[in-house]
Ligand binder design. Structure first.
Ligand code: NAP
Length: 487
């Protein structure tokens, strides 16, 4: 158990809207409840923004844009650096807050905070590296100058599964590039973002650069902002279904758009794989964030010669995990974020079992308060089962088998999604064939985690477009201007 009091951590958050550098109630004073998913109890009521509040937020972002774009890159970098340091210093407090609203164990919250904070450090360094180009036109008659300028006011919509990191990897490059923003965190987990807004103000972020809107009337508040002709960019992380509708809305303003959407990651284990490494990688790829990650391994596609050993060892590891409230010591697996999510996981497992799958361990929800589900390994899963196509978002590992390499790659690609894939093999020629053949934006080769602030994160196909992190990350927030210079 942590020394921090849960009550004092929740009370450290201002449960209001943050607009133009001021904390304020929603128009009409409406609020909604934020729940602890391990008990179902309300933690706090937060402001429930209306469309008028949304308009006030984009007004504030637009008002701050010009001056912010003209600020010194070094100053923007220093604000990010300071915010990085404050986050690291306050890791225990933020971790408690995140665990209370989202459910993951404190150790997982701390891992997310370390990862999320790194985006601020990385982009503090990128802020001063934005450069253009000068060249001689091919005919020698003119000179060509290109320069980079901030895109302008951005709308950022983030999901509940990584309440800090999904925000920092958008906010970091936007600040570095000189863009202002309105950010809307998921209504299940808004507290971490409210805390972060306060921390950024303390780090010196000028008023109006970042505005936070929390709401339960999500579509009604977001759509007018997306259709506001002053908005220049929409960046969204969430489900493919919602992403599709937002792309349609963004067509009106022809916005710059980044979409980080759902996944259905294959985890390939070839006959020559180092099984110790493959099982370690599988635990990470499956159980990070209780399986509630877009990068979570969704389908284990294992060569038939090692399938039984791999599955048995994975089941032993899964069985040894302790399930419980994330704030308690020694807990590996917290609750799923809400009842609906747990029911969906249960439905997918029941469907697979009805089609002939067997649970080597787990296979059902945990009785009692909170939305817990047992860590589960399923074998003999037919590819007709829903788990082959749908994102599970829970602690369930279905194992499928293959004979030939081409068959494994075809199975891996047999999905509308294309975010990440994992492959375990010790043969480098096979590895090259495999990573070149996979239709995904990212590949983990002999490793079960790919997320890294210095690398470009993002997907292809129905997993979206655009990249966050790496040197590509800041480009999403920059426009290229070309100036033709007469001699
Ligand atoms: P979601 O239901 O799509 O929600 C994501 C965000 O969109 C939330 O802030 C949500 O607000 C908002 N939203 C919902 N309906 C909206 C609408 N009509 N207009 C504007 N905004 C709307 O997804 P989720 O369940 O929170 O997150 C899980 C999904 O995110 C999974 O599919 C996962 O794979 C994906 N994800 C992808 C990445 C990536 O980088 N590719 C990373 C993490 C998660 P409310 O909370 O108010 O509904």
């Amino acid at each position: 158990m942590s020394d921090l009091s849960e009550k004092s951590v929740v009370e450290s958050v201002k449960p209001q809207l943050f607009i133009g550098g001021e904390w304020r109630a929603a128009e009409g004073g409406g609020t909604f409840a934020v729940e602890d998913p391990s008990t179902g109890d309300t933690l706090v009521e937060v402001a429930d923004a209306t469309p008028a509040d949304g308009k006030a937020a984009i007004d504030a972002a637009v008002a701050a844009q010009k001056e912010w774009a003209a600020s010194a890159p070094r100053d923007r970098g220093e604000i990010l650096r300071k915010a990085f340091e404050l986050i690291v210093e306050r890791t225990d407090e933020i971790a408690m807050l995140m665990t209370l609203e989202m459910g993951k164990p404190l150790s997982e919250s701390k891992a997310e905070i370390a990862y999320g904070a790194e985006f601020f450090r990385w982009f503090s360094e990128e802020a001063v590296r934005v450069a253009g180009r000068y060249s001689v036109a091919p005919n020698g008659a003119t000179r060509l100058l290109t320069l980079k300028q901030p895109v302008g006011p951005c709308l950022m919509i983030t999901p509940w599964n990584f309440p800090l990191a999904m925000g920092t990897r958008k906010i970091g490059p936007a600040i570095a590039a000189g863009c202002t923003m309105v950010i809307k965190p998921a209504s299940l987990t808004p507290l971490t973002m409210l805390y972060l807004a306060d921390l950024l103000a303390e780090a010196g972020l000028p008023k109006g650069v970042l505005n936070v809107v929390t709401t339960k009337s999500t579509g009604d508040v977001m759509e007018p902002i997306i259709r506001d002709p002053r908005l220049r960019k929409l960046t969204f992380t969430g489900s493919t279904e919602v992403g599709r509708s937002l792309v349609e809305q963004s067509a009106e303003g022809l916005l710059r758009v980044s979409m980080e959407l759902g996944g259905n990651a294959p985890f390939l284990v070839f006959g020559d794989a180092d099984l110790d490494k493959a099982v370690d990688g599988a635990m990470l790829a499956k159980m990070r964030n209780i399986g509630e990650a877009c990068t979570a391994a969704n389908r284990f596609i294992v060569h038939e010669s090692v399938a039984e050993e791999f599955s048995t060892r994975l089941a032993e590891r899964m069985k040894s995990l302790s399930v419980g409230r994330g704030t308690e010591d020694g807990i590996d697996v917290g609750p799923l974020v809400e009842g609906k999510q747990r029911d969906k996981v249960a439905e997918l497992v029941d469907d697979a079992v009805a089609q002939g799958a067997r649970a080597l361990t787990g296979g059902k929800a945990v009785d009692g308060a909170g939305y817990f589900y047992e860590p589960t390994v399923l074998v003999d899963v037919p590819t007709e089962a829903r788990v082959f196509r749908e994102e599970i978002f829970g602690p369930v590992a279905p194992v499928f088998t293959f004979r030939e390499d081409d068959e494994a790659i075809a199975m891996a690609n047999d999905t509308e999604f294309g975010l990440v894939a994992y492959a375990f093999t010790q043969d480098y020629q096979r590895a090259i064939r495999v990573y070149e053949g996979l239709e995904t934006g990212m590949v983990g080769l002999n490793q079960g985690i790919v997320s890294n602030p210095a690398a470009p994160f993002g997907g292809v196909k129905a997993s979206g477009f655009g990249r966050e992190g790496g040197t590509e990350g800041i480009e999403e927030y920059l426009e290229t201007k070309y100036v033709g210079l007469a001699l």
